[in-house]
Design a protein around this ligand. Structure first.
Ligand code: PGA
Length: 264
């Protein structure tokens, strides 16, 4: 069953689009299509760093929040190429994606993920923490992979932190491949993640945390992933670069969430 909190839909633009002009165009196309008074969905766009400050001025209807695609845990100093939590906060980011598999593949460790989460929380940002296995094996070892990443990420959290941490289950084999995990697989993993969270943080804090799904989400599979997968939202790559499709997914989520609110 879903919690009472709004669903969270995050568009992860990754290293797209190519120029600030194109970023403005895409952002405006999303803003124009966005419903004005969403009641049960929060929407977030994570553009590349250089576009963050620019896009905040285009968010005229305040229907979207901004996210950074990562932060480095140090506050200041000789860290060429890195960006701090304070910096992204100062250009209006409210969220930050941490531990994306595309960064883990380049060497981002569990230890650094944990430090980056702490740095983000210290600035009042909400951390969207990605976990997920590279592949699935018949023996179910992938559960262990997800558990390891999760335990490392949440071990240092305090009670008040948990409200500002979102877990994104992103099976790497499903990212950008068109191979979405089935809704049943996603649901099974959501329950597993909740169990691990409960073990580390206690049941109450665990059930208060959002668990979203990412990996080839689109307007065709979103409804089932919500209804059967029972996830609390999505982290969307490819489809977030198509304004109409992204907003369609937002609408699907709002309709779904209003529907379950009525049945309570
Ligand atoms: P995708 O990306 O939707 O293009 O599969 C998801 C992600 O990597 O966050």
């Amino acid at each position: 069953m879903h919690q009472h909190f709004p669903l969270l839909i995050v568009g992860n633009w990754k290293m797209n689009p190519a120029t600030v002009t194109q970023a403005r165009k895409l952002f405006q196309a999303i803003v124009e299509r966005m419903p004005l008074h969403l009641q049960r969905v929060l929407t977030v766009i994570a553009p590349p760093f250089p576009f963050l400050a620019d896009l905040r001025s285009l968010n005229t209807k305040d229907t979207l929040s901004l996210a950074a695609q990562g932060v480095y845990f140090e506050a200041l100093g000789a860290h060429t190429g890195e960006v701090s939590a304070t910096m992204v906060k100062s250009v209006s980011a409210k969220y930050v994606i941490i531990g994306h598999s595309e960064q883990r593949a380049k060497g981002l460790s569990d230890e650094e993920v944990a430090k980056d989460i702490q740095a983000a929380l210290a600035q009042g940002l909400t951390a969207i923490v990605c976990v997920g296995e590279l592949m699935r094996d018949a023996g179910g070892n992938y559960f262990g992979v997800v558990e390891g990443q999760l335990r490392a990420a949440v071990a240092g959290l305090t009670a008040k932190d948990t409200a500002r941490v979102v877990i994104a289950y992103e099976p790497v084999w499903a990212i950008g491949t068109g191979n979405t995990a089935t809704a049943a697989e996603v649901h099974e993993m959501k329950l597993f993640i909740q169990k691990v969270l409960a073990d580390v943080l206690g049941r109450e804090r665990a059930t208060a945390m959002r668990i979203v799904y990412g990996g080839s989400t689109n307007k065709k599979n979103a409804k089932e992933l919500l209804e059967v997968g029972l996830v609390d939202g999505f982290l969307i790559g490819g489809a977030s670069l198509r304004a109409a499709e992204f907003v369609t997914i937002v609408r699907i989520a709002e309709t779904y969430a209003k529907g379950i609110a009525k049945t309570r």
